[in-house]
Design a protein around this ligand. Structure first.
Ligand code: FRU
Length: 700
């Protein structure tokens, strides 16, 4: 816990030291008081950001801006409009297209603060004909600004923040006239304008920050070698990834966002990156969705969820502001790619935290039921223990607290991070990522952070979750090393789960190659007879190739080469452990080569499966408070014939094992040498047999 806290605190330092991602100077530690900050970037007059959704307060002449339709939300038909602020912007094309001309005059407003006025500007191919004119009280032009960021080869319908210096008129009243005299129709002969701000610090330029992040990633991904990179797991092409966020099926495809650092392969600059997929295996990179650019999220856009609201993609995320205070904020995308943060943010403030500490109130997971949106939020009480809270909203903008979903002192000084819920007929399964749960049993809560499921029912009226197995009965989903912070998406009545296939407080051997972090193989969930099962996503089977059926093989106090090899494959078998005597152990070796092996075996005395990566290749150092470095245990019941069913998925540097039809999984990352790819059967002190074994290459 102490370790994590330190990493949160160091975020502001990371931000200020990262040139490309730099926020405004006002965000560097200690440089400004919160009061000063509140006064910067102020709205100079009501509706200067067009958030009324009308032209109220503005005076129009000519055709260009004469209709209310000129104030609009970016729509699906105008896919390219990017980086508006809030929900509305001024669109000089919307009413009569490129050829229309006209002007729009603001009311007079006072020049205050540093005298700088900023605004978002896009389009405007010819700055001599389409520009913003700034007027003094007599109507004389003080200065004029066209879109000097217009280059025909660049997507100019992106809105970037521009600034004019009106400090020579400090304390006086000025107005702005938006002028479009351009009758051309050759493209971009119109202006796109939004969000005037007085006493500007230029800190709100979402467009530049997002484009910088994407451009940097494009450049840097060329430098990332193939070493240890997966073939069918989602991972960043460059930089850092942790929690999956906003996992959602939008009716056509899945969206999966994730916590990402655009500028380094370590945690920091917490932004949301975005990928889409039809089959949950092949992912299309959609670039960065949100990044810290507002006072309320200057210390990070932490985890959250997504929902379709009237056909529009909306995100609810944890905005981490000054002092690492955590609130929940909303962002909207009209084109499914470019997001704007709501002018109502934060939409769930700390006053609604139901007793959670302001610095431990995060990770909203959203879902919709019967026309109402709900958000589960993780929290921590001031003393021992964590809690999960439920909020509801009719429109995704105004949120109300429903109640405390669950609380438990099991987490000690930690909290429940990343709560999610999956619904099955009359049951609900709550997924939690508790920090710091401890247990004396060998196979229980071996990681500093784990993922647990509770099976029961969720009362949406009171917010309360009733656990069918008793208040603190938590089922650990994965007994391996690298599995945290789940997300659930529902499609056609099926629930899919993904998790961050990595972990806190461990070394990241791939950081040196410019990337870190990946998402597990998506898993389909099944609730049967009160038990939860995880199955590999079915689309993976479509990529199985070169099936090899292995003959029944026995290893008696020896290692037997099974004659199959590879590092991107699936392997399925029954392990007959009935002939393992006392003190014996036996099972499989993967990624085997000179001096290297990754073991998954049954220990007869313990009655447990053991995942041992101590000799897998590059060693992973884990947190000193993890129970034992490099080895994990899971109690398992062989069937009546003494067999354990195992299904493995290997992907270059990962191994995921589904045990007994998905009763639980064991997931871990390994870093073997490139030639270590043999599969072997071994037994120590007895014999073990492999039945019905099959191996497939995975072609993706
Ligand atoms: C979980 C977590 C979340 C937080 C995010 C920050 O892994 O700590 O609680 O929102 O990571 O990146």
């Amino acid at each position: 816990m102490k370790r994590r806290l330190t990493s949160f605190i160091s975020l502001s330092l990371l931000l200020s030291s990262c040139g490309t991602a730099a926020l405004s100077s006002s965000s560097s530690p200690g440089s400004s008081l919160p009061d000063e900050e509140e006064e910067s970037n102020i709205l100079p007059f009501p509706n200067a950001d067009f958030e009324y959704g009308t032209l109220d307060n503005w005076t129009s002449e000519g055709e260009c801006f004469s209709s209310l339709s000129a104030v609009k939300t970016a729509s699906k038909s105008q896919k390219a409009i990017r980086h508006i602020a809030g929900d509305f912007y001024l669109d000089g094309f919307a009413y009569k297209g490129d050829a229309a001309t006209g002007s729009l005059l603001s009311p007079y407003f006072e020049v205050t603060g540093n005298g700088k006025l900023s605004f978002l500007l896009g389009g405007g191919a010819d700055p001599s004909l389409a520009y913003l004119s700034f007027l003094d009280r007599e109507g004389n032009e003080i200065t004029r600004k066209g879109n000097d960021l217009y280059y025909p080869e660049l997507p100019t319908d992106r809105l970037y923040r521009q600034e004019v210096d009106l400090s020579s008129h400090l304390g006086e009243e000025v107005a702005v006239r938006i002028v479009d005299l351009d009758e051309g129709t050759s493209g971009f002969n119109h202006l796109l304008v939004d969000d005037f701000r007085m006493n500007s610090t230029l800190s709100l330029d979402t467009g530049r920050l997002i484009d910088d992040a994407n451009n940097y990633g494009e450049l840097m991904k060329e430098t990332v070698p193939d070493t240890y990179r997966h073939r069918y797991h989602l991972m960043p092409s460059y930089g850092w990834m942790n929690d999956p966020n906003g996992f959602l099926y939008d009716g056509e495809k899945f969206h999966l966002f994730y916590q990402a650092n655009p500028y380094d392969a370590v945690w920091g600059n917490m932004s949301w990156s975005h990928a889409t997929s039809a089959d949950l295996l092949t992912w299309e990179d959609q670039g960065f969705a949100i990044t810290p650019d507002q006072p309320y999220d200057k210390n990070g856009c932490f985890s959250g969820g997504a929902a379709m609201v009237d056909g529009t993609l909306r995100l609810l995320y944890t905005s981490v502001g000054e002092g690492n205070v955590q609130t929940q904020s909303m962002a909207t995308s009209y084109d499914g790619v470019s997001f704007s943060k709501s002018s109502l943010n934060p939409v769930i403030g700390t006053s609604m935290s139901m007793g959670s500490r302001a610095t431990d109130f995060r990770d909203p997971y959203v879902f919709e039921k019967d026309g109402t949106y709900y958000a589960l939020v993780g929290g921590k009480l001031p003393g021992e223990g964590g809690q999960v809270l439920l909020y509801s909203s009719k429109d995704f903008r105004k949120w109300e607290g429903v109640g405390v979903t669950m609380s438990s002192t099991l987490t000690g000084g930690g909290m429940f991070e990343c709560p999610n819920v999956a619904f099955f007929d009359d049951k609900a399964v709550l997924f939690l990522s508790p920090q710091g749960v401890r247990d004396q049993r060998l196979d229980s809560f071996q990681n500093v952070h784990s993922v647990v499921a509770e099976i029961g029912s969720l009362d949406l009226e009171t917010g309360k979750f009733t656990n069918d197995y008793g208040a603190d009965a938590m089922l650990e989903l994965d007994k391996g090393f690298d599995f945290y912070a789940t997300q659930i998406a529902a499609k056609d009545g099926k629930n899919y789960l993904v998790a961050w296939m990595n972990h806190w407080s461990r070394s990241m051997p791939t950081s040196g190659y410019g990337w870190a972090g990946e998402v597990t193989l998506p898993r389909e969930l099944e609730l049967k007879d009160g038990c939860l099962y995880q199955h590999p996503v079915s689309s993976i089977y479509e990529h199985f190739e070169n099936e090899v059926s292995l003959p029944e093989t026995t290893a008696s106090d020896e290692t037997v080469d099974l004659g199959v090899a590879g590092n991107c494959l699936s392997f399925k078998a029954k392990l007959d452990v009935s002939k393992l005597g006392t003190g014996a152990r036996g099972g499989l070796k993967f990624f085997a080569g000179p001096g290297e092996e990754t073991l998954l075996y049954y220990d007869r005395d313990l009655g447990m499966l053991v995942f041992d990566r101590r000799n897998s290749g590059i060693k992973v150092s884990e947190a000193d408070d993890d129970s034992e470095d490099g080895i994990r245990y899971a109690a398992v019941e062989p069937d009546a014939n003494g067999c354990i069913e195992l299904e493995f998925f290997l992907d270059v540097s990962s191994l995921e094992c589904f045990v007994n039809g998905g009763e639980f999984t064991m997931t871990g990352l390994v870093y073997p040498s490139s030639g270590s790819d043999k599969i072997e059967l071994f037994a120590d002190g007895g014999s073990v047999s492999l039945l019905e074994a099959k191996k497939w290459d995975i072609d993706l």
